[in-house]
Design a protein around this ligand. Structure first.
Ligand code: SAH
Length: 225
């Protein structure tokens, strides 16, 4: 075996730094400008949440397949949704649609506590293992049909839905605190959906349409795996 020249190490870390810079640059150029969100996304390595051959593309701004026929969202969409949610360090956040766990990991950097639920046990188990490995102790992951929210932990300061609903689910609206914010993709699952920001005010709910998105559908009941 030939010993590696010392420059090799430098080259490798240089490559990592450059990849990280490109990743952050792509986020900025697509409108993710909030410093706290960018720092959170710099800290959480997306490569850990993508398995097998797709891991090679973890730093590209594209959605990728994960287990159970689901997808990890595009990083810029994760950034824009997180930014729209305007999370503060005091907040308790509910995420519906754990998937790979990447979005929950980002939220965990910004919030006091994150509850994340998925209808697939397997996704919840695998994400929970990653949270333990990464020492993200403020995330609680549960298998549940998130369209009903989490009545036992409600109300929430922030709710993020990462699967498309035909309308913002009523139980989720009901579990939002006064002044709370929910971000949810709304529309048919086979078409382009609208990302909606809902704010609960003293007089009801205010709706703001943010941008077109494409998410897998919010499905009723628990999954088979
Ligand atoms: N936020 C994820 C990506 C989510 S993909 C990430 O960062 O990787 C959408 C997820 O929503 C899928 O894992 C799907 O199983 C889940 N989902 C769909 N309908 C659901 C429901 N009713 N309750 C909970 N999870 C649901």
């Amino acid at each position: 075996m030939t010993p590696s020249p010392p420059e090799d190490d430098d080259d490798h870390s240089g490559e990592l730094a450059e990849r990280k810079m490109r990743f952050l640059f792509a986020l900025r150029s697509r409108g993710v400008t909030d410093g706290r969100v960018l720092t959170a996304m710099e800290r959480v390595d997306r490569g850990v949440f993508v398995k097998g051959i797709f891991a090679l593309r973890a730093y590209e701004d594209m959605p990728l397949p994960i287990a159970c026929g689901q997808t990890i969202s595009q990083p810029s969409v994760v950034g824009l949704m997180t930014q729209a949610l305007n999370v503060t360090a005091r907040d308790t956040v509910l995420e519906v649609g754990t998937g790979s766990g990447y979005q929950a990991a980002i939220l965990s950097q910004l919030a006091r506590r994150v509850y994340t639920v998925d209808r697939f046990r397997r996704l919840v188990r695998e994400a929970a293992e990653l949270f333990t490995q990464l020492k993200l102790t403020n995330i609680t992951s549960l298998t549940a049909d998130g369209s009903f929210g989490l009545p036992d932990q409600a109300p929430f300061d922030r709710i993020l839905v990462t699967a498309a609903a035909e309308d913002p689910p009523g139980p989720l609206l009901a579990q939002l605190k006064l002044g709370g914010i929910m971000v949810v993709p709304v529309g048919q699952s086979d078409a382009v959906q609208s990302l909606i920001k809902v704010t609960r005010t003293a007089s009801g709910f205010e709706y703001e349409e943010l941008r077109p998105v494409r998410f897998v559908p919010l499905v009723e009941g628990l999954g088979a795996e």
